[in-house]
Ligand binder design. Structure first.
Ligand code: ZN
Length: 245
């Protein structure tokens, strides 16, 4: 749940909790102020005589109109603040875009990726909000490096995927690779998929890169380790003899 303008609930970039957000904008500022005043007078009014009541009602109405007219001078249009109910920290919004804090709540890169790829992943995540397109282009580069890490050329993603498919790679992983390839290509050579304002698509690609790393690097590694640990050496030899490898 990435922060979205006007959303009552999102994952707070400060505390990472999915929490209720209290919005303050030019439009609701005057209402909030009027509500506070009305509430104050509600407690005060039982103690005063009927004659003054009328005056107070008129006074409150006038103040409400005044607030509605004048609040825009103090709270510019397009400016909003959302306060997190969980940590009390705020996010600042200008023209419906989050401008503070400039970070997202993405999962960390798969720990089995080479450091160079982890760095690319983190760099891509740091610019996601400012430029989903640049972020996606960096992820595409990360994918090329990942293909290198698993022993492919890394030079032509399409050919590398083709090789992996011919080696028996599962169709699900192939889809993930092609998703990243096709959308990544759109970031480098603009095409049908417009990434300019689409943080959501770009954000999903981080999860896809981690999924690919999990399937192509982490799982095979874990299986190998388990095999080496649990299958006795002479049995391993028998298995090799059986398969002629
Ligand atoms: Zn928070």
């Amino acid at each position: 749940m990435i922060p979205e303008y006007g959303s009552k609930k999102f994952q707070c970039p400060h505390c990472n909790t999915v929490a209720t957000q209290e919005w303050f904008t030019a439009n609701n500022a005057s209402n909030t102020a009027t509500n506070i005043l009305n509430h104050l007078y509600l407690n005060y009014r039982p103690n005063i005589d009927d004659y003054s009541q009328q005056k107070i009602v008129r006074f409150l109405k006038e103040i409400d109109n005044n607030f509605k007219r004048n609040f825009h001078q103090f709270v510019p249009n397009g400016f909003s603040v959302a306060t997190c109910s969980s940590c009390d920290e705020f996010t600042l919004w200008v023209n419906k875009e989050i401008v503070f804090p400039k970070k997202t709540t993405l999962p960390p890169p798969n720990p089995d990726l080479n450091d160079e790829i982890k760095d690319l992943y983190l760099e891509a995540s740091s610019i996601l909000i400012d430029s989903p397109k640049s972020s996606t282009a960096l992820l595409r580069l990360a994918l090329q490096k990942l293909l290198e890490q698993v022993g492919k050329s890394g030079k032509n993603i399409n050919n590398d995927i083709k090789t992996l498919v011919s080696e028996g790679m599962s169709p699900k992983i192939q889809q993930a690779l092609d998703l990243l390839r096709v959308i990544g290509n759109n970031a480098v050579h603009p095409g049908q998929i417009n990434l300019d304002d689409n943080t959501e698509i770009a954000q999903k690609l981080f999860g896809i890169l981690n999924f690919i790393a999990e399937e192509l690097i982490t799982k095979p590694k874990e299986l190998e380790e388990l095999y080496a640990d649990l299958i006795p050496n002479d049995t391993q030899v028998h298995i090799k003899q059986r398969d002629g490898t």
